[in-house]
Unconditional design. Sequence first.
Length: 342
Amino acid sequence: MYSLEQKNVWIYEEDYPSTLSGIEMSNPLDIIYKFYRTWSLPQAKLYLWQAVKYNLTDISTPSKELRPKYHRFLIEIERLVDAAWIVYMTHSKKAIGTNRFSKDYLKSIQNDDFISFLSTTELSNPNAAIRDFFEFDSLCDWKKCFLEKIRKAIVNPSYDLFFSCNTLTEFVRFSKLSKLLEGLFLLLDQYGYHLDHSEHNVGKNWFTGVLPEVIIEKIEHFKSDDLHVNLQHFANICYVHRFHHEWNGYNTYRVFESYENVLEVTHTVIHLLNKPSSKNKRENIQKIRRLFNNWSPGRITRFVSKLLLTSRTFEWGYKEYISPQKEIDELTRLIYLAHEIY
């Protein structure tokens, strides 16, 4: 590969890590390590999720005080992706160090939803997530089609509002970038950059940024009239999965809102059922609880995400996926359970 350090222009339509200096290009893992010394993994995914939602509609745009923070975050994301591209181009074919994590640990961080999007295979081979990211979008295309669009939406919330078709693709790019964030986080350990995972995995939900105990408090205030609303949110996800759609920013935002709502309600119930105090609940609740022994917050996230990622909208890029009706029924039962516990 040509010497990136000697290249001082970004040629049109060509991949180039434009945010990095010559010294940084020669040490991309240092850039990645510094990123995670600044942002925890759940915090990075939370900021990314919020920035993507802001790009879709001005319903919940960030305040003027928050916009500089999100804009700086996106600058650091670009530097991270530039560094990941160099790793992809120069390191992906080299032998990597031994994965020091046990299978039990990898399974636990998946179940806890600390690692939300990586598959079991990608957990033990984080390079696969890097490869998947750049095979979907070139570095140049990612900057033009995703990054710049989000940046403009943060600065000017009305930018491109309501006029972008097939914007559910934003969820695909969000998912792949989240996988990249998770893959790079795990990859650092294989190159000797050891992060203290306990400092990152503080138990907060990546999509709300709060502790499960705080979410659990909300369940006490559910009203029976809210049940149909929560069920409708899940129905929206299933409907999107089954049928082809034309999209704009507004209706995509509504699907994203449903996605977040379904995760919040179902995660809340799972956390509550796993609390020691839940063992003292009514006997009928305990019978229902046994049905969800194999469900975890991480499994829920991956299942609900897959429903969107395999939408009929993406028939051109994804293999047909028929979701098991049993799993859909079980998640529906979880939503009912949220309103039966209290």
